[in-house]
Design a protein around this ligand. Structure first.
Ligand code: ZN
Ligand code: FE
Length: 254
């Protein structure tokens, strides 16, 4: 089996875009491009031709590189949940499959941060591109949807297999960690996660990707039933949804 690779490209101040490729052909996929020039440079260096541009949601920091990429690679097909700069796109929505020469993605609707937000799941290669739905130790802000929608979207991710590798849209991890340290009493899970994050940052200067199973244990936004949730400083009898609403509101004001 040919190994699938994901190259992480730092974008803007704290965004990530991704190039997916393998070593057996020159096809490549870009997810959520912000700065086209940086991405083109990497594609050229790796002698890759861009065939697919995949978009998780309409925000500018995830799409601003599309026009530049299409100019350089006019054959690239765009898959997006909403219209983009009057370009011809393949509109994707819940349940769709995107077949590429490298892999196959399943599309899941994940509204809340925006209404159009989708996550892209490659079950065979265990890759999950979540845009601004899930971050390491956090989740996206609820801009267009409701708290209920965001909670349901995170629940979909909670039900995916533990061994999936997660690629998210931003490097927000240290701030998320600070928030959890502020809200929860000191505990082993948070301490161990902190050690792992500081190690990742030291080694790679980034805290992503991360493993979904780890996140199920350490991220109360994703999993309101995680052990840490029972160690909340202010102990309330919240339902899962109420707990999520509480966390999101506290984080918004942090
Ligand atoms: Zn966004
Ligand atoms: Fe974003």
């Amino acid at each position: 089996m040919t190994q699938i690779n994901v190259e992480i490209i730092n974008q803007l101040s704290d965004n990530y875009s991704y190039i997916i490729f393998n070593n057996s052909n020159s096809s490549s996929i870009v997810v959520d491009p912000s700065e086209d020039e940086k991405i083109i440079k990497v594609l050229k260096k790796k002698k890759l031709k861009l065939e697919y541009i995949l978009i998780t949601h309409h925000h500018n920091d995830h799409t601003s590189g599309v026009l530049g990429l299409v100019k350089e690679y006019p054959q690239a097909q765009i898959y997006s949940p909403s219209e983009l700069f009057s370009l011809t796109i393949n509109k994707i929505s819940n349940g769709d499959k995107i077949k590429t020469p490298l892999n196959e993605f399943q599309v899941f609707a994940a509204p809340g941060h925006t209404l159009d937000h989708v996550v892209l799941c490659d079950k065979k290669n265990k890759l999950l591109f979540v845009g601004d739905v899930l971050f390491r130790l956090g989740c996206g802000r609820v801009f267009e949807g409701t708290i209920e929608q965001m909670h349901n979207s995170l629940n979909k991710l909670l039900n995916l297999p533990d061994d999936m590798t997660v690629y998210c849209g931003h490097e927000y991890t240290l701030n998320n960690l600070k928030f959890l340290e502020h809200l929860f009493v000191q505990n082993d899970i948070l301490e161990n996660t902190k050690k792992q994050i500081l190690r990742d940052l030291k080694l790679k200067n980034k805290s992503i990707p991360f493993i979904l199973g780890d996140e199920k244990r350490s991220n109360p936004f994703l999993n309101p039933k995680c052990e840490m949730a029972s160690k909340l400083k202010k102990n309330n009898n919240y339902s899962n949804l109420e707990f999520f609403r509480y966390l999101r509101e506290e984080k918004d004001n942090f």
